[in-house]
Design a protein around this ligand. Structure first.
Ligand code: ACO
Length: 315
C-alpha cells in the first residue's frame, strides 16, 4: 500500500510544565531535562471520538478521497469513554463511511500494528482503501497526583489513508509479555458471583525498565526492516520515532549513528500521546513539506505489553 493522506486533531487545552508544578512536586527544569516535554495538549471538554473524526476527515481530504471510497477502518485505541461500541464504528458514522471497521489495542505501537493489518488485508485482496486512525487520551489513565507518570502524557488523534501501491517496503512486529512494567486495571461492574476484592488502579510504570526495553526494541526492529530491504541506516531519509522521551530518541539515534536532522520530533509540545504519536508526527511533517517524493521513512514505536514494531516506507 501507500500513504495517500494524513490528518491529525488535538484538544484545545495546552498544559505547560509550569502549570503542573502548581499542584505537583515537580519543575519545568526536571521535566524538560528528563523527558524533553515542555507542554502537552490535554482533553478537557472535548470527546476523543470528535478528535478522531476530525483527524480522519483531514486525512481523507489530504488524500483527495471521500469516506464512501473506504473499504475498511482500523482504529488503534487504549481507552475511551465507551466500552462498546468500538471507536472505529463511531468514527465510521462520524465521517459517513459504510465499510466494516475494527478497533485494536496495541498500546503505543498501535499505529504500526494497524498498518500491518491493513497491508495484510490488501495483500489478501480483501481491501483497497483503508483508513487507520489512532486516537488516545492517556491523560485519563494516569493518576494526576503521581509526578512519575502524569507529566509524560498528552492526548490527540492522528490518521492516515492507505491506498494501493508498493510504497510500504517492510513491517516488523514483536511482542514480549511483561505485565508488571506498564499496566493499569479498570474496575468492572460487580456481579453476585465476584467474591475477590477488585481495585481500580491508574497507570503504573517502571520507568527505567520501559526506557531500556524501548531503546533495545526500537534498535532491533529498525535493524530488522533495514536488513529486510538490504539497506543501511544511512539510506533512510527520516526516522519517525514514538515520542515517549527525548532521551530514548537520542539513544536510538546514537545506536543508529545518524544525524539529529533525520529525527523530527514533536514531544516538546505534545508529550506522549500513545499510539497517536506516530501518525500525528507524520501528519505534521507532511504538512510542513518535510518529505520529498521517493524519501525513505522508518517509523518505530513501542509500548505496554510489551509490544513494538517498525515500518519502512517510501514517500
Ligand atoms: N518531577 C520531579 N522529580 C521526579 C519526577 C517529576 N515529574 N518524576 C520522578 N521524579 C524523581 C523520582 O521520584 C526520583 O527521585 P528519588 O531518587 O528521590 O526517588 C528521581 O526523580 C529519579 O527518578 P527516575 O524514575 O529514576 O527517573 P528517570 O531518569 O528514570 O526518568 C522517566 C523517569 C522520565 C519516567 C523515564 O524513566 C522514562 O522516560 N521511561 C520511559 C517511559 C516511557 O517510555 N513510557 C512509555 C509509556 S507508553 C504506553 O504504552 C502508555
Amino acid at each position: 500500500m501507500k500513504i495517500a493522506g494524513t490528518g491529525s486533531a488535538l484538544p484545545k487545552k495546552v498544559v505547560t510544565n509550569d502549570m503542573l508544578s502548581e499542584f505537583l512536586d515537580t519543575s519545568d527544569e526536571w521535566i524538560r531535562a528528563r523527558t524533553g516535554v515542555v507542554s502537552r495538549y490535554v482533553i478537557s471538554d472535548e470527546k476523543l471520538e470528535d478528535l478522531a473524526i476530525e483527524a480522519a476527515k483531514k486525512a481523507l481530504d489530504n488524500a483527495g478521497m471521500t469516506a464512501s471510497q473506504l473499504d475498511f477502518i482500523i482504529c488503534s485505541n487504549v481507552v475511551n469513554e465507551y466500552v462498546t461500541p468500538q471507536l472505529s464504528c463511531i468514527i465510521q458514522g462520524g465521517i459517513g463511511a459504510t465499510c466494516p471497521c475494527i478497533d485494536i489495542n496495541c498500546a503505543c505501537a498501535g499505529f504500526i500494528y494497524a498498518v500491518e493489518i491493513a497491508e495484510s488485508f490488501y495483500k489478501a485482496g480483501r481491501v483497497k482503501n483503508v483508513l487507520v486512525v489512532s486516537a488516545e487520551e492517556p491523560t485519563r489513565m494516569t493518576d494526576w497526583t503521581d509526578r512519575r507518570t502524569c507529566v509524560l502524557f498528552g492526548d490527540g488523534a492522528g490518521a492516515a489513508v492507505l491506498t494501493p501501491g508498493d510504497n510500504i517496503k517492510s513491517i516488523k512486529l514483536s511482542a514480549s509479555s511483561a505485565t508488571d512494567k506498564l499496566w493499569q486495571y479498570r474496575l468492572l461492574h460487580p456481579t453476585p458471583y465476584i467474591t475477590k476484592e477488585e481495585v481500580d488502579v491508574p497507570l503504573q510504570m517502571k520507568g527505567q525498565d520501559v526506557f531500556k526495553f524501548a531503546v533495545k526494541a526500537a534498535g532491533k526492529d529498525i535493524s530488522r526492516i533495514l536488513k529486510d530491504m538490504g539497506i543501511n541506516a544511512d539510506e533512510v531519509d527520516h526516522y519517525l520515532l514514538h515520542q515517549a522521551n527525548i532521551r530514548i530518541i537520542h539513544a536510538i539515534r546514537d545506536y543508529l549513528e545518524q544525524p539529529q536532522e533525520k529525527f523530527p520530533t514533536n514531544i516538546e509540545n505534545h508529550g506522549n500521546s500513545s499510539s497517536s504519536c506516530c501518525p500525528i508526527l507524520l501528519d505534521e511533517c507532511n504538512r510542513k513539506g518535510l518529505f520529498k517524493s521517493g524519501d525513505l521513512i522508518a517509523m518505530s514505536a513501542f509500548g505496554a505489553g510489551f509490544v513494538s514494531g517498525a515500518i519502512l516506507f517510501e514517500w
